[in-house]
Design a protein around this ligand. Structure first.
Ligand code: ADP
Length: 228
C-alpha cells in the first residue's frame, strides 16, 4: 500500500540529504508510529507521501499510484487517498464544526443532501456529534484536533497521516485524539503517526519506525521507545 524504495531527498547539496535511501513498506490497515529527534527527517518523509515534496531519487508507490508517473492532474486523486492532520488544527475560525467538516466535501462538489447525511456520521466517529453547531474557539484543543480529524477522514481516505497531532495538547486531550486514531484504524484506515510523546508510543504498542539522520535506525513491531 505504501512503498518507498531507496528514497533520497536532498534539499540543499551542501547540507547532505534530509532522507538517505529510505526503504519502507506499510501494509493496508497498519498503524505505524514514526519517531525521531527534531531534524531527523520525519516531516520530509510525510511530505514526500503527500507530494508536497518530490524525492531526489528512489521510488514511491502509494495505493497503486506510482509517483514517477503522477501528473499534476492526478494530485486530487492522491489527496483523496491520503488525509492529513497536523499539530496546528487549521480550522476555519468563522465556521461551525459542521461547516468545517462539510467544507471538505463542498469543494469537491458533493451534494447538500449527501453532506447532511455524511457529516454527522463522521462527527460521531470522532465523538463530537453534540458539538456540530459550536465554533472552533468554543472548543478545547483536543476537540479542535478531532474536528480536524473528522475533516481529514470525511472523504474516506485509505491513509491518514497525523503529524504530531498531540503536540499542542495536554495528556488527557492527547489520549482522546489517539483513541480516535485507533478507532479510525480499526475501521480499516492505515494510520501513520509522528509523535515525540514517549508515553503514547509505549502505551500504543504498535510498529515503531525510528528515523535518525535521514535513515531508518530501527523498525520494530509492538515496540516501546526510548529517547536517547
Ligand atoms: P523532522 O520532521 O524529523 O523534524 P524534517 O524532515 O523537517 O525533520 O527535516 C530534516 C532535515 O531537512 C533537517 O535538517 C531540515 O533542516 C531539512 N529541511 C527540511 N525542510 C527543508 C526545506 N524546505 N529546505 C531545506 N532544508 C529543509
Amino acid at each position: 500500500m505504501i512503498l518507498l524504495d531507496r528514497v533520497t531527498k536532498t534539499y540543499n547539496k551542501n547540507l547532505g540529504p534530509a532522507l538517505d535511501r529510505i526503504s519502507l513498506h506499510v501494509e493496508p490497515k497498519e498503524f505505524v508510529i514514526v519517531v525521531g529527534q527534531s531534524g531527523a527527517g520525519k516531516s520530509t518523509l510525510l511530505k514526500l507521501l503527500t507530494r508536497e515534496e518530490r524525492p531526489t531519487s528512489g521510488k514511491i508507490i502509494v495505493g497503486g499510484i506510482d509517483y514517477d508517473k503522477l501528473h499534476d492532474r492526478d494530485i486530487p486523486l492522491l489527496r483523496r487517498k491520503i488525509g492529513t492532520v497536523f499539530q496546528d488544527f487549521k480550522l476555519l475560525p468563522n465556521r461551525t464544526v459542521f461547516e468545517n467538516v462539510a467544507f471538505a466535501l463542498e469543494i469537491v462538489g458533493v451534494s447538500t443532501k449527501e453532506i447532511k447525511n455524511t457529516v454527522p456520521k463522521v462527527l460521531d466517529i470522532v465523538n463530537l456529534k453534540d458539538k456540530a453547531d459550536r465554533m472552533p474557539q468554543e472548543l478545547s484543543g483536543g476537540e479542535r484536533q478531532r474536528v480536524a480529524i473528522a475533516r481529514a477522514i470525511v472523504r474516506q481516505p485509505k491513509i491518514l497521516i497525523a503529524d504530531e497531532p498531540t503536540g499542542n495538547l495536554d495528556p488527557k486531550h492527547a489520549w482522546d485524539v489517539i483513541k480516535v486514531l485507533e478507532k479510525i484504524n480499526r475501521y480499516g484506515t492505515t494510520v501513520l503517526l509522528t509523535t515525540h510523546n514517549q508515553e503514547i508510543v509505549n502505551k500504543l504498542k504498535r510498529r515503531v519506525v525510528t528515523i535518525k539522520h535521514g535513515q531508518i535506525a530501527s523498525d520494530r513491531a509492538n515496540a516501546e521507545y526510548n529517547v536517547k
